[in-house]
Design a protein around this ligand. Structure first.
Ligand SMILES: CC(C)(COP(=O)(O)OP(=O)(O)OC[C@H]1O[C@@H](n2cnc3c(N)ncnc32)[C@H](O)[C@@H]1OP(=O)(O)O)[C@@H](O)C(=O)NCCC(=O)NCCS
Length: 160
């Protein structure tokens, strides 16, 4: 069974999180964790880390991850970044559960009003199917076309 957990960089599972990010997100665009940390100093420390953990023969295996950066792009908002699901486990609902966990942390516990994500265009159907709003503009980030995905805190939506 897959469980979603929030961890710190001191957790033994953090090493697996980094390996998954390198496999799915970073190496395809010519990065590894070392280069990521060098080019975005301090970012890793500001992230809250979420992992999807599979219990496999009494060992824990990270099969998905996502990070929340509170206070970006502005105070009262947050950004989801570095979200990845192991290639063999995509399409099983793990990505959705990771985003639900981040949303509940951001809106329920941190009191943020809005979450944004720079989504590669290949992930647009995913964000649409989990209820995020896609902005139409396409922009390049790390040489990959992206669109901005946004979701507002449900209570803010009701008040609007
Ligand atoms: C994007 C990603 C995180 C989605 O995770 P996932 O576990 O595969 O997604 P889920 O299984 O939770 O899918 C949730 C919904 O999105 C839909 N969906 C996911 N990917 C889709 C795609 N490429 N096309 C159409 N629908 C898609 C699913 O069908 C599902 O809809 P449903 O609940 O109505 O059936 C994963 O595919 C991934 O790691 N991709 C590569 C890295 C990446 O693009 N990361 C995003 C960085 S922001």
């Amino acid at each position: 069974m897959v469980k979603i957990r929030r961890i710190t960089s001191k957790d033994p599972l953090y090493v697996q999180e980094c390996a998954l990010r390198e496999d799915v997100l970073l190496r395809p665009i010519g990065y590894d964790m070392e280069r990521f940390k060098r080019e975005f100093p301090g970012l890793e420390e500001r992230m809250e880390h979420f992992v999807a953990v599979l219990n496999h023969h009494a060992a824990e295996r990270v099969v998905g991850c996502a990070a929340l950066i509170p206070g970006e792009p502005a105070a009262g908002a947050g950004r989801i970044t570095q979200m990845a699901v192991n290639l063999q486990r995509q399409g099983e609902g793990i990505g959705r559960r990771l985003v639900v966990a981040v949303e509940s942390r951001a809106f329920g516990e941190l009191g943020l009003r809005e979450l944004v994500c720079h989504a590669p265009v290949t992930a647009v159907p995913f964000f649409e199917s989990i209820g995020w709003v896609m902005e139409p503009e396409v922009f390049q980030e790390a040489g990959v076309p992206h669109r901005r995905a946004v979701i507002r805190c449900p209570s803010e939506e009701e008040a609007a």
